[in-house]
Write a protein that binds this ligand. Structure first.
Ligand SMILES: Cc1cc2nc3c(=O)[nH]c(=O)nc-3n(C[C@H](O)[C@H](O)[C@H](O)COP(=O)(O)OP(=O)(O)OC[C@H]3O[C@@H](n4cnc5c(N)ncnc54)[C@H](O)[C@@H]3O)c2cc1C
Length: 382
């Protein structure tokens, strides 16, 4: 019997767990999944939660039902790759033969005041706390720090849900700078329509209880500050002696095994996965294929089959602009924008399909099938 332990029941951990369970169950694989919470967090929709939307609850036990996976509820507090052990909740020790590390990332707290005074998307509860805070305000200012796609999605969602509040988006560069010119212009218009005040060239040096301080000393009043300006891996991996990059993501080889500890696979946001165009950045789009590949590499290794190198190319940057608008930028495999983009009704439907796709994907995986779209994302590049 081979004990396969998966840490983290987010998008990629669940995909990896189901895939490796279906591939190894007839060959002595015993799969255990450690989850911090019984409920699946739809991270792709946390900005909707922050805006006050009540999402459907999905129990992890239901998602993996019928797969034979053992679910352990608890927080991973330490890893010992030399002894092949993991500690949960500071006490329970779980041994493994092979480990898939899928613990995602957490907000980068290096800017003073972020930990104490800002809201972030580290888990569902934080988004709910922000929603509660905004619900208490009759008027006032919400500052969203970070002009990446998460910052833009959040600013538009909050501005649409709370027209009584002033929403300020602080961005070092142009918001949504990774998109093509026409898609960016569309984003700019949508933000103007929703009354969002965009401050480009804003470098936040401190978050205060009731303001945000910029590098030139300017203070911007804030009744609630949402921080979307950077994430990093959990300290656990580096503390355990695994090789990590400057963002504390586990550095992996082409089979997605840790370069320092080959019995540990790392996937999703937690992994630094190098491709010909550079190191992949954290998306569900790329994360689920890493989870499936690690599961297949692990199973192929156990069955004595050839392990293939992981290849991935991006296809899109899907961006909601509140519930009534969206823009989809189609991309080259290296994530640079193509000429094509989609807006309005079709873009809303597209984005909704993307956000709701993981759950049907898990159902297919349970039947041993890989959805065609996901298959193409990786197989087309091999
Ligand atoms: C608002 C928002 C919108 C987004 N929109 C998109 C989008 O449209 N398209 C896209 O591709 N990507 C999008 N992303 C990015 C996407 O959500 C992430 O890339 C994806 O969630 C990565 O999956 P993961 O499994 O690696 O990590 P996660 O989904 O974060 O899962 C990690 C899991 O590990 C658990 N965990 C953490 N620490 C511990 C511990 N110590 N012990 C036990 N469990 C632990 C967490 O609770 C979580 O369940 C968005 C992100 C945000 C925040």
């Amino acid at each position: 019997m081979t004990n396969i332990l998966i840490l983290g029941a987010g998008y990629t951990g669940i995909a990896a767990a189901i895939r490796v369970a279906t591939r190894t169950r007839r060959h002595g694989g015993k799969v255990t999944l450690v989850s911090a919470a019984p409920r699946f967090t739809e991270r792709l929709r946390l900005h909707q939660t922050a805006a006050g939307e009540r999402l459907r609850d999905h129990a992890i036990a239901d998602i993996i039902a019928g797969t034979g996976i053992d679910l352990v509820l608890g927080r991973v507090t330490a890893l010992d790759p030399a002894r092949h052990e993991v500690v949960v909740n500071g006490g329970r020790v779980i041994g493994y033969d092979k480990l898939i590390y899928a613990l995602g990332t957490v907000t980068d707290l290096s800017t003073p005041g972020v930990a104490e005074h800002a809201y972030a998307y580290d888990d569902h509860d934080q988004a709910v706390r922000l929603a509660r805070r905004l619900g208490e305000l009759d008027r006032g200012t919400v500052v969203v720090a970070g002009g990446g796609l998460t910052g833009v999605e959040s600013a538009t969602e909050l501005a649409e849900a709370h027209p009584n509040l002033r929403v300020v988006l602080l961005s070092r560069g142009r918001p949504g700078s990774m998109m093509g010119e026409q898609a960016r212009a569309y984003v700019d218009k949508a933000m103007a329509r929703l009354g969002i005040q965009v401050r480009r060239g804003a470098d936040v040096v401190k978050v205060l209880p009731d303001a945000v301080e910029l590098s030139d000393g300017e203070l911007i009043d804030s009744d609630a500050t949402l921080w979307t300006a950077g994430t990093r891996g959990l300290p656990l991996a580096a503390e355990a002696g695994l090789t990590v990059d400057e963002q504390e993501r586990i550095v992996v080889d082409s089979a997605l095994r840790s370069v320092s500890h080959p019995d540990v696979y790392a996937v999703g946001d937690a992994a630094a996965v190098r491709q010909p165009y550079g190191v992949m950045h954290g998306t569900c789009q790329g994360g689920i294929p890493t989870g499936l590949h690690a599961a297949d590499a692990l199973a192929d290794g156990l069955l004595g089959r050839r392990v293939k190198a992981f290849r991935f190319g991006y296809v899109h940057q899907p961006l909601s602009l509140g519930r009534k608008d969206a823009v989809i930028q189609f991309t080259h495999p290296d994530d640079t924008p193509r000429r094509w983009y989609l807006t309005g009704r079709w873009a809303i439907a597209y984005k909704e399909t993307v956000s709701s796709s993981p759950l049907p994907t898990y159902r297919l995986l349970k039947r041993g099938l890989v959805p065609v779209g996901l298959f193409r994302l990786t197989a087309g590049l091999k």
